[in-house]
Structure formats: C-alpha cells, structure tokens
Ligand binder design. Structure first.
Ligand SMILES: Cc1cc2nc3c(=O)[nH]c(=O)nc-3n(C[C@H](O)[C@H](O)[C@H](O)COP(=O)(O)OP(=O)(O)OC[C@H]3O[C@@H](n4cnc5c(N)ncnc54)[C@H](O)[C@@H]3O)c2cc1C
Length: 368
C-alpha cells in the first residue's frame, strides 16, 4: 500500500519504520527538519514508568505502559543504530519535611497495585537498602521507594536511529519543511503522492487547527553534563511544589524535568522554571552544582480533554493519532500496534484491551 504519514515526531517515525518493514511504501511529511526540533518527542525525558505514573494516570495508561516495556526491546532490535534502553527500575526519594506527601504517593501506588496485581511490587527502602541501590544518594536520603522493572531510553538516540532507518529504507520518502494537513491529500488534489491508500495524521499539537480539542501542556527540561554525579537509574523527588525527575543517560548526561503548565506556549524556558528544576536537582545531589547546562528546552505535550490517547477516523482510510500527553514513550508501542491492527480490519483487539477510544470525527470528543 501507499501510505502517507503527517508528522515525523515519535508516532510518525515509529509507524513509518514499522510500515516500511512490513513492505509498504511510505511518504513522511514534517513541518520541520530531520532533527525533530519542534516535537515533544525531542524534548522528552523518555522515562518508561507505568507504576510511578499511576499517581497521575488512568489504569489503561499503566497497562499500555507495561505492554510497552516488553515491546520496546523488540522495536529497537530492528534499528541498525544502537539506542540506550535501561530497565533498572525507578527510585523515589523525598526530604524529611515532605514525608506527608511521600506517604500519600505511596498509598496511591499501593492502591494501583491492588487494582493491577500484575505490576512489579513496590519496595520500601531503608537506609541500608538505599545505600546498596544508589550509594551516591545514601548520605542524604535514608529512605525511599523502589519500583522494579521500570525503564527509560535515550530519546535523542531513538529519534536519530529511526531517522537513519527511514533514510536507508528504499520505500520511504521523506519530505522535510513540508507542513501538510489531511485535506491536502483528498481525492483529486494535485502535487501529492498518487493513490494514497492510507493517511496517518501524527502531527501532535500541529493537528490543532483541524482538531481544536487538542491542547498543549507545556513542559520544560534541562539537559546537563554531570560526570561527577553517580546516579544509575531514573530518580523522582517528591516535593509539594517542585516535584522533579532526574533521568541519567549515557556518558554523564542527565535530563532534569519537567514542569507541567496548562499552556500552548513554546517560548524558551523561564528563569523561574530553570531555578526550580535545577535547585531541586541540587538538593538531590550537590554534584549537579558543577554540571554544565547543555540544553534548556520547552515544548508542549499534545493532550486531549480527558488526558488519554485517542485514534480518530477521518474517513475510511485516514486515522488521526493524538493525545499521547506526558506518556508518549510509555504508550507508543501499544499505540503503534493499535494503529497497525486498525489498518488491517475494522476493529482492534488491543484498542479494546487498553480502552483506547477509536472514534469517528462526528463523534464528540470525550468530556474531560
Ligand atoms: C518536556 C516533556 C517531557 C516528556 N517526558 C516524557 C517521558 O518521560 N515519558 C514519556 O512517555 N513521554 C514523555 N513526554 C511525552 C512525549 O514526548 C509525547 O507524548 C510524544 O512525543 C507525542 O508524540 P507525537 O508523535 O504525537 O507528537 P510529537 O512527538 O510532538 O511529533 C509531532 C510532529 O508533527 C510535526 N508537525 C506539526 N505540524 C505539522 C504539519 N502541519 N505537517 C507536518 N508535520 C507537522 C512536528 O514538527 C513534529 O515533528 C514528554 C513530553 C515533554 C514535552
């Protein structure tokens, strides 16, 4: 089949590679260039933390995340360029004065576990267990939580590896700096690839003009080089005002994030957010004091009113995929497989399993 994909962020790249591998011809259009600088995918920390996210996400997202954790290694194995993928769990810490917040968080996760007993069991760490798990933090934190099995990947490496795979595949054509909308490919429209069998709209926030319910949730992150910080797994700091995560990548790199602001604003990171993120990181490990700031990035998470991912049919052979919100990396493998199933038949067992809404355009969007 001839397939057109709008948007070469996270979903667009993954779908292009999977569909090309399955033998289809794929044309990818993106409003920006190959580095995906305008995508949420580029800004993200790419943590894969279903249980940790259950404090703010529906069970369906948690279930998709568990599916994603086992599916990512397979998706990555098809790429020629290596992508850092780690599954050494998530550590959660807090300062003594924030104990009440930590207790609330622990109860939330325990409740998730009661509803979804298949998840790995949450472990409460004392000083000794903390010292064994993350010796670099043992001096400052004598208690914590450990969420085994959770993961992360390096999103810059992933986007680069997917780009290379698309560039090297003979049946993928890439069109950069080429903003498009689904109407551009309506029957009889000139200047576009002939006989489009399927159109997949993966434009994230870029779909707003045709899908007004899509909104942005601004997130700001810092990329640091901190070779003196010894932290081996994603670590979350519980804090009533500045909850942050620190995601250690390869070669002494750390992503510190992220703010969450209801806004479509993608202007540069504010001084306040920068101070809050970096100060909070410094309280976790003073080694960040000597870190070098490589990037300060702001982007918007594409989000629908109910904060859940949705597939929308725009005609018989056009699917719009959106609303991946703050869980894009966590749930992308599930969403890719849902879309592939929908392209094969009218229904998707995975969409049913994960309660992914598959609606027609005349169906009103779900209420928040
Ligand atoms: C700060 C931040 C931190 C995050 N951290 C995490 C995390 O730790 N874990 C996690 O799972 N998720 C995280 N996310 C969420 C994740 O990044 C998003 O859910 C995901 O990238 C959404 O994927 P997408 O393909 O729908 O959109 P995007 O990745 O935004 O891609 C959309 C693409 O469409 C293109 N486009 C726009 N308009 C047009 C047009 N008219 N024509 C053609 N192309 C167009 C854009 O240029 C872009 O390349 C984070 C997001 C942010 C912003």
């Amino acid at each position: 089949m001839n397939i057109v994909i709008l948007g070469a962020g996270l979903m667009g790249r993954l779908l292009a590679c999977e569909l090309a591998r399955a033998g289809h011809t794929v044309d990818v259009f993106d409003a920006a260039g190959p580095q995906a600088l305008n995508s949420a995918a580029r800004a993200a920390a790419a943590m894969l933390a279903p249980l940790a996210e259950s404090a703010v996400a529906e069970d369906s997202v948690v279930n998709m995340g568990q599916y994603g954790l086992s599916r990512w290694p397979e998706l990555l194995s098809h790429l020629k360029q290596p992508v850092y993928f780690q599954q050494q769990g998530t550590l959660v810490v807090w300062h003594r004065q924030d104990q009440a917040e930590a207790t609330r968080f622990t109860h939330q996760l325990q409740a998730t576990h009661t509803r979804l007993p298949g998840l790995p069991t949450l472990q409460v760490l004392d000083a000794q267990a903390m010292a064994l798990l993350e010796p670099g933090l043992a001096e400052r934190f004598s208690q914590g939580l450990y969420l085994p099995g959770e993961g992360q990947l390096d999103n810059h490496q992933l986007l680069d590896a997917l780009l290379l795979a698309m560039q090297q595949h003979p049946s993928v054509s890439l069109h950069w700096d080429s903003p498009r909308q689904p109407d551009d490919f309506a029957a009889g429209t000139s200047g576009q690839p002939n006989s489009t069998d399927w159109l997949l709209d993966c434009r994230g926030l870029g779909a707003q003009a045709q899908w007004p319910q899509v909104r942005g949730v601004r997130g700001e992150v810092a990329l640091l080089h901190a070779p003196n910080v010894r932290l081996s797994r994603p670590t979350r700091l519980i804090h009533p005002r500045y909850p942050i995560y620190i995601a250690p990548k390869e070669n002494g790199l750390f992503k510190i994030g992220a703010t969450e602001i209801e806004s479509d604003d993608v202007s540069p990171v504010s001084v306040r957010s920068c101070l809050e993120l970096l100060s909070a990181a410094y309280t976790v490990d003073p080694g960040f004091g000597e870190a070098r700031i490589l990037e300060l990035v702001a982007q918007c998470r594409p989000t629908l009113p109910n904060n859940l991912p949705t597939v929308r049919r725009l005609g018989a052979r056009c699917l719009q995929v959106n609303g991946l919100y703050r869980h894009g990396y966590l749930i992308a493998p599930a969403m890719v497989d849902v879309v592939l199933q929908l392209m094969q038949g009218a229904d998707s067992t995975l969409a049913n399993q994960f309660e992914v809404s598959v609606s027609d355009t005349d169906t009103p969007d779900p209420k928040p």
